[in-house]
Each structure stands twice: as C-alpha cells, then as structure tokens.
Design a protein around this ligand. Structure first.
Ligand code: PMP
Length: 330
C-alpha cells in the first residue's frame, strides 16, 4: 500500500513548472517553484514544521502548549496543521487587510483568530506584533514562533527549498527570484544556492513598491505577504544581489495572467515575484535558468485580485477591461 503516516509528511518536494506564455520567446528558461503543492497550500508549511520541531527539542514548546503568532494567514495554516498532528492549540493575530477567506481557513483548522488594524505603526499597542506579545504573556504554556526573528525560518529553506532547487535543476540554476516578507525564503534558499554554486547563482528579491527592502518608507501597498515597514532578523542583507520594486498594478495583472495564460491559480505575491523574474529574464543570457518561487495558491484572493470590480476600483485593470466593469463599482 502507498500512503504517508500523516499529511505533514508531505511538506516540501514541490514541483518546478516551466512558464511558457509569460516568459519571453527565445529567452532563457523560466521555471516556477509551485509551493501551493504543500499540504497546507503554501511555502510556509516548511517553516512551521522546522520552527515547531526545534522548539520541542529546546523545551520552549511543551506538551499541551499554545502557539501564538502574528501571521498573514499562510504561516498560520502551516502551524495549525503541524499543531494538529502534535496536539497544540493555536491563536493567530492578523492585520485587517488580510482577506476574510484567509482568516476563515485558519478558523477551519481549529485556530482562534484575533484581528488588528493595518494602519498603525509596529510600535503601536494595537499593532499585530504587540497584541501577540500581550497574548503570550497572558496565556499559560504559550510559545511564539516569531517567524520574523526565528533562525529556523531561513534554516528550513536552507535545508529544504535550496537543496531541492539544486537537485531539480541538476545544478543548472543561474538565478533565484522570490518575494521578501519575513525574508526567510530568500535568505535561506539564497544562502544555500550561493554556497553550493560558489557564488555563481544570482539572487534577486521582488518587493512591493513602497516597502523598505527596495528603499521605500513602508507606505501601504495592497499585495499581501510581502514587503515590510521594518527590517526583520530573518532577512539576511548579504544574500540578495538585487531587489526589484514592483507596483501593485504589475503584481496583480501578472497574477491574473498566470491563471489565464499558464493555468497557475496563485496569489498576488506570486504575480509580484514573476513580474520581477520577467525583468531578470529580459536582461539574462539565453542559456540562463531562472527559478521563481510562487508562495501560495489563488483561492484565498478570489474577492480581490480575481475580482474585476475590485481591480477596477483601484485602476488596476487595463483600459479595455476596466470600461466594461467600472460602472458596476460606481
Ligand atoms: N507570499 C506570501 C503570500 C506570504 O505569505 C509570504 C510570507 N509572509 C511571502 C510571500 C514571503 O515569504 P518570506 O516570509 O519567506 O519572505
């Protein structure tokens, strides 16, 4: 019989899929690392597993404990899935810009969800960072993974995503492109790929215009899960060779093209990363092998990125599409 002991055993080993329509004709090979194949539906399953197992080993997380984390959804799903396996409770703190669909997914896994305002500074008492700190102080047996500073976030990618890409491309990868949220994905994967290739692999970050990584002030943008208004410890500033700033409009239009032209229904940060990868592809040699990481699937964004009136209300639809739908909004 062919089966695994638990759904958690399926984390990692996600496939690489060639981009056909979006990649430039006669240009380099552009491959997408499709992380929605993880059992919780995103790249964050990888860090959830490693952070929890490390906390068990160090004694920070004890049997019957409660996991408390500020998360935009995907980390919560990964943590909730692993917690289910191991008998922990979960409380997640989300900014209010996170879609209701995503919050309901966390509740479906049995987690409790606390919602905080997006439009306050990180040091504000109502910021989702501070609310989660208070919960940790108040709840017995609480443990906060803190994906923003936990070394096991980048480490999980150093030990899984990086080696997978090296093996899958038979060492032919020349560029790695990923969005930057906590910075764990790009720092861990990038560090491994640079080490194993003696510095040959070029690491490129995609960042929403306005975020600190690309020189912004942290002003709001709409794409979820990427960009920051502070510098997390999980982000290693020595890894990226280049950061490409991408507008919300470009991120979302590219996300919609991935669904319609590649059959990849993915989230807005995937469109952002692919927009950055296409910039890289324009300048790269024909024999380059560019890998872009797609963090999650698109079903959590149906009422936003894939909703014409929502797109038109921000002026993101191309004029020919917007004229048909803007009236619905007004
Ligand atoms: N995209 C989405 C949808 C995410 O949830 C995250 C994680 N915040 C990222 C991209 C960025 O990944 P990382 O935190 O590893 O930089």
């Amino acid at each position: 019989m062919e089966y695994v002991e638990h759904i958690v055993d399926l984390v990692g080993n996600t496939p690489l899929v060639k981009l056909n329509a979006l990649a430039p004709a006669d240009g380099p090979l552009v491959l997408a690392k499709v992380e929605y194949f993880n059992p919780g539906g995103s790249v964050k399953d990888r860090i959830a597993l490693r952070m929890i197992e490390a906390a068990e080993a160090s004694g920070e997380l004890r049997p019957g404990g409660t996991i408390i984390e500020p998360t935009s959804g995907n980390t919560g799903v990964g943590l909730a899935m692993v917690a289910q396996r191991k008998g922990y409770k979960c409380v997640f703190v989300c900014p209010d810009k996170v879609s209701e669909d995503k919050r309901n997914v966390l509740k479906a896994y049995g987690a409790e969800v606390v919602v905080c305002p997006t439009a306050v500074a990180p040091e504000h008492p109502d910021s989702y960072y501070n609310v989660s700190d208070r919960l940790v102080a108040d709840i017995d047996g609480a443990w906060k993974p803190n994906q923003y500073s936990n070394v096991n976030n980048p480490e999980s990618h150093f030990h899984s995503t990086g080696p997978e890409l090296w093996r899958q491309t038979e060492g032919k990868i020349t560029h790695f492109v990923a969005g930057i949220g906590t910075g764990g994905t790009i720092s861990g994967t990038g560090k491994y790929l640079k080490q194993v290739s003696d510095g040959r692999v070029r690491v490129v970050g995609g960042d929403p215009e306005g975020s600190v990584y690309s020189g912004g002030t942290g002003r709001p943008y709409l794409v979820e899960g990427v960009g920051e208004d502070f510098w997390p410890d999980a982000y290693d500033r020595d890894i990226c060779d280049e950061i490409v700033a991408i507008t919300d409009a470009d991120s979302f239009i590219t996300t919609r093209r991935l669904a319609r032209e590649e059959g990849l229904l993915v989230g807005g940060s995937c469109g952002m990363a692919v927009a950055a990868a296409l910039e890289v592809a324009k300048r790269a040699d024909k024999d380059a092998v560019i890998v872009v990481l797609l963090p999650d699937g698109g079903r959590g964004y149906l009422s936003k990125v894939f909703n014409d009136p929502w797109m038109a209300s921000y002026g993101f639809l191309p004029p020919e599409d917007a004229s048909a739908t803007v009236g619905d909004v007004l």
